[in-house]
Design a protein around this ligand. Structure first.
Ligand code: AMP
Length: 416
């Protein structure tokens, strides 16, 4: 494995996997260019050091070649940020001549990798009533052609950089498999380096106390990370819709609140494991409950285990938020994933916004604070605090899996 900061790119063609999966509106205008901006330092580094670039990415979830998912829509935005002209290969498998003609400073962008099923290695177009045999055969066929796909992409370049943290948890052609063609010339880009360093600061060498705030709607989708954190954190704050599963499992009345009845054992097990391991758990004990799932609903503040029958818990109430805040401000390392309320509705965003505020203050007081997951990132960004916390992760699913202690294929392929 090489290091991008001291690798000699001069005269070399670098194939770089970035995450240009940006949201576009109906006029194909980019509505959030965070991912493009994030990739620029890596791309600039190659050009400044005398190399040329072959950039590859996916966009959306096309089922084949679909014009609306073409990466040509983002060329102008990338050119403006990179300060370089971009050539475009409108078929990622037919860029041989363009790649071969690249000279130092040149930039070639490949069309959406997911126009080919081989990128993800999953068969497409199977009939709904396909038999198991047919499914197996289709899978084997795409896996076989995937080898050629990867080899072809690799043939364009002298070195490989993976800078797409958002897809690092997928063993796709361009995120993991291609690395084997560059045994001595593969490396992380700056986005990947930054993400790995930030998450490892929490996982491997946290300053204590370490507080993890896990919010969101479901116990079932967060149990992996919660379980892993029980071996790591000093304090575990649990908020959002999943609180009510805990409260009902403990015998509380939760009205019409979100609840996963099949997760009661899981929830109770978290509490008993936490006690055994000396992890302090803080649940939202007081909540704002509403008589409808609507921003304008009537509300009451009540204990989360005594919610009136016709009401549902929507946000952490001020006294709970104050408790969370004290825990956060007494911490040296804070990890936050998931909102503590239905933060998309302004009247129920107060708890989540207060968490963002507390993280900002904890950072100012010297704590290392890491925020990840679409909703928590949106909350710190909306509050204008994205650069006032220590690190904002760009990869929701990838970050969660890394924090669960899983090996991410995109990372392993470079390190291995
Ligand atoms: P997740 O994707 O699991 O991180 O969950 C995020 C979603 O949880 C957001 O869309 C929130 O609106 C939702 N959420 C948070 N608190 C609640 C709640 N009390 N009731 C219903 N949904 C909630």
């Amino acid at each position: 494995m090489q290091n991008i900061s001291n690798y000699d790119f001069s005269g070399k063609r670098a194939i770089v996997r970035v995450d240009f999966n940006v949201p576009l509106n109906e006029k194909f205008e980019i509505t959030d260019d965070t991912r493009i901006r994030a990739a620029i330092p890596t791309l600039k580094k190659v050009l400044e050091k005398g190399g040329s670039l072959i950039i590859m990415s996916h966009l959306g979830r096309p089922k084949g070649v679909e014009e609306k998912y073409s990466l040509k829509h983002i060329i102008a935005a990338v050119e403006a940020k990179l300060g370089a002209k971009i050539q475009f290969a409108d078929d990622c498998m037919k860029a041989d001549a363009q790649a071969a003609a690249l000279t130092p400073g040149d930039v070639l962008l490949l069309e959406n990798l997911r126009f080919y099923a081989e990128e993800e290695g999953k068969p497409r177009g199977l009939a709904a009533d396909a038999s198991d045999e047919e499914k197996k055969a289709a899978k084997a066929a795409v896996k076989a052609s995937q080898k050629e796909f990867v080899k072809h992409l690799a043939s364009y370049a002298d070195c490989y950089i993976n800078d797409a943290f958002g897809t690092a948890h997928r063993a796709h052609a361009s995120t993991a498999l291609i690395a084997e063609y560059f045994p001595n010339d593969k490396m992380f880009g700056y986005v990947m380096e930054g993400e790995i360093k930030a998450i490892n600061t929490v996982l491997e060498s946290p300053q204590r106390p370490l507080t993890a705030i896990i919010g969101g709607s479901k116990v079932s989708s967060k149990i992996g990370i919660i379980s892993h954190l029980l071996d790591l954190a000093d304090n575990l704050i649990i908020g959002g819709g999943m609180v009510y599963t805990f409260k009902k499992a403990l015998g509380g009345k939760i009205g019409k609140s979100l609840c996963e009845d099949d997760q009661f054992d899981v929830a109770l097990n978290v509490l008993s494991e936490a006690e055994k391991k000396g992890v302090k758990v803080y649940l939202s004990d007081a909540v704002v409950a509403a008589d409808a799932f609507s921003n304008d609903a009537n509300t009451v503040v009540c204990p989360s285990n005594a919610i009136p029958d016709e009401y549902e818990g929507m946000d952490a109430a001020p006294e709970t938020v104050e408790k969370f805040r004290k825990v956060i401000l007494s911490s040296k390392t804070v990890l936050w994933n998931g909102p503590v309320g239905v933060f998309e509705m302004p009247n129920f965003a107060k708890g989540t916004n207060a968490i963002a505020q507390a993280l900002k203050e904890a950072t100012e007081a010297g704590a290392f604070t890491l925020v990840g997951g679409g909703d928590s990132v949106a909350a710190v960004t909306q509050m204008g605090y994205a650069d006032k916390v220590s690190y904002v992760s760009t990869g929701g699913g990838a970050m969660l899996e890394y924090l669960e202690g899983k090996v991410l294929p995109g990372i392993a392929a470079i390190q291995g």
